[in-house]
Design a protein around this ligand. Structure first.
Ligand SMILES: [Fe+2]
Ligand SMILES: [Fe+2]
Length: 184
């Protein structure tokens, strides 16, 4: 399916750009966290990077259509700071998506009856709420010079749902099975 309405199409393009940059940014920040001696924060960044890739892939698919050029404008956090500051960048970016971007995009897709885009925006919105909380937990630990406590991070490859230590029997957002979750 390809998106039909121009406004929702613009929002899909912008969200694709934003998620693509978040994917790369979190990989870069994961490298920094590992070098600073926070292997679990590094793991969290890498796992969430994968969740953003899932979102970018979903948005890209919903844009659909034949191959064509487009210029994408998307907001993003830039900079290679220390891990504490990078986590603040992560929190800011996720909260922007949760409080501003995705509710508006989702509303537009609902108004324009774009069911595929609705699903894609809904999946991202639900995951980003969790990402903001996890980055805050990680930042609270780093503030005290500690690594975040976690055994593993599990990502739903369908919707990007993110959970520490053990995957649920069914994804609470998209109902994907436990076996599908990707472990970091
Ligand atoms: Fe996120
Ligand atoms: Fe899911």
């Amino acid at each position: 399916m390809s998106v039909k309405n121009a406004m929702t199409s613009d929002f899909l393009h912008s969200a694709y750009g934003g998620e693509s940059m978040a994917h790369m940014r979190y990989l870069a920040w994961g490298d920094i966290a590992r070098k600073e001696g926070y292997p679990n924060v590094a793991k969290l960044f890498e796992a969430i990077s994968y969740a953003e890739r899932v979102h970018a892939t979903n948005h890209f698919r919903e844009i659909g259509g034949n191959t064509a050029d487009a210029t994408v404008t998307a907001g993003a956090v830039f900079g290679n700071g220390k891990t504490y500051d990078n986590l603040q960048g992560g929190i800011n970016g996720e909260l922007h998506e949760v409080e501003q971007m995705y509710p508006v995009y989702l509303n537009a897709a609902q108004f324009q009856n774009e069911t595929g885009a609705q699903r894609s925006f809904h999946f991202a919105l639900e995951a980003e709420k969790i990402h903001a909380q996890l980055f805050k937990q990680a930042q609270d630990a780093v503030k005290e010079g500690r690594d975040i406590q976690l055994k593993s991070v599990h990502i739903c490859p369908v919707c990007g749902h993110t959970i520490l230590d053990e995957a649920p029997d069914k994804c609470p957002v998209c109902e994907a099975k436990k076996e599908l979750y990707v472990e970091f």
